[in-house]
Design a protein around this ligand. Structure first.
Ligand code: SF4
Length: 358
């Protein structure tokens, strides 16, 4: 990995020196105010659209002082068409804050930049590295894509674990002598070579050591989980006690609860009270059990899984008639602790004065 990191960094800097032709009006800019302006304008805006706005803003408000003294209406008029007006409001607030409290001088420490209103880690890293040559990596979609492909990061980059890996690699690979140039290089490389669709792998100077290319996973990386629709499910656990024995069974379905144990499970479209459960689920309730056997019914228990939220109620019965259930074990109540159960059942068992129930 260290050898690959070094190769990655050096190759990107070389590519930047020799082959990067991407032109931006703010490129090589050292004025933190102008860098900040360009970054704020470019958030949620295409580069082509943002460029004209940047040039108009710089022309009309060339300094922090000029922006701080501006009339709100004029600034919003100039912003018109960019949308997300909170960005414009924060920009004006910060310009006035710097003018009134910091003699219109932009802070030069990363932490102070990050503390300004409307500035997040990406923008702070861009200003710190471009204007002050501080080694803070910018991590946007382009950077994430290049790193995840070259280093073969298979974790979801929109979840904490994947984000951490990308973040660590970004810190490890940033060139400490020329962080600004390096940040610009990797962003431009992601935008023009290691593109989301149709990356130019056959012309890529990183191709010799790119793990995604070697493993034929270029199109699959970076992996994103995206927004997950959480499905609500409503479980009724019928806890049947007969002669101090309790019915349980091992789950054989190939799901996350496979090999764990459970009581009789009856699912319904919503969570029912014990009374409604006996009337609405009579076809699923084992023969010989009725509402008159009810001893206890729990409140709602919840367990959040990755794709679903389980809502459960535990309904405890002592049938007057003998019950026989295929596929179930009958075990002494006192030996329940020897079996593994899903967390929602363990929680109920732990919280409930189960052994003292009649
Ligand atoms: S070889 Fe292809 S996937 Fe790998 S870094 Fe280069 S452009 Fe990206």
């Amino acid at each position: 990995m260290p050898e690959n990191s070094l190769f990655f960094t050096k190759t990107l800097l070389k590519w930047n020196r020799e082959s990067n032709t991407r032109m931006m009006p703010w490129k090589a800019e050292k004025d933190p105010y102008k860098i900040w302006l360009s970054e704020i304008i470019l958030q949620q805006t295409r580069v082509e659209q943002g460029m004209a706005y940047y040039q108009r803003f710089i022309l009309k408000y060339p300094t922090i002082r000029a922006l701080a003294m501006a009339n709100d209406t004029d600034v919003f008029k100039l912003w018109e068409g960019l949308g997300y007006y909170a960005r414009c409001r924060n920009m004006l607030f910060t310009a006035r804050f710097l003018y009134n409290n910091k003699k219109a001088v932009f802070p030069s420490r990363y932490e102070d930049i990050l503390a300004l209103k409307g500035i997040g880690t990406y923008t702070a890293a861009a200003i710190a590295s471009f204007a002050f040559n501080l080694a803070y990596p910018v991590i946007d979609g382009n950077v994430t894509r290049v790193i995840s492909r070259f280093f073969g990061v298979g974790e979801y980059v929109d979840l904490a674990i994947g984000k951490n890996i990308i973040n660590n690699l970004a810190h490890k690979t940033i060139d400490k002598k020329s962080p600004g140039k390096y940040n610009q290089a990797i962003m431009d490389f992601g935008a023009t070579v290691c593109k989301p669709v149709g990356p130019l792998c056959n012309q890529c100077p990183l191709s010799g050591k790119c793990l995604a290319l070697m493993d034929n996973r270029v199109a699959q990386l970076p992996r994103k989980r995206g927004k997950i629709r959480i499905r609500d499910r409503y479980f009724h656990f019928l806890v049947i006690i007969q002669k101090d024995q309790i019915f349980i069974r091992e789950r054989i379905a190939r799901d996350i609860w496979q090999h764990l144990h459970e009581f009789v499970l009856i699912e319904n479209g919503k969570l029912l009270s014990a009374k409604s459960f006996f009337s609405k689920c009579s076809n699923s309730i084992p023969t010989g059990i009725s509402y008159s056997d009810l001893i206890y019914s729990s409140g709602e228990y919840k367990q959040q899984l990755s794709h679903q939220c389980i809502h459960a109620r535990f309904i405890l019965v002592k049938p007057k008639k003998e019950v026989k259930l295929d596929g179930f074990l009958t075990i002494p109540i006192g030996s329940l602790h020897r079996y593994a159960f899903p967390r929602i059942i363990t929680k109920w068992l732990a919280e409930n004065p189960f052994y003292s129930l009649p």
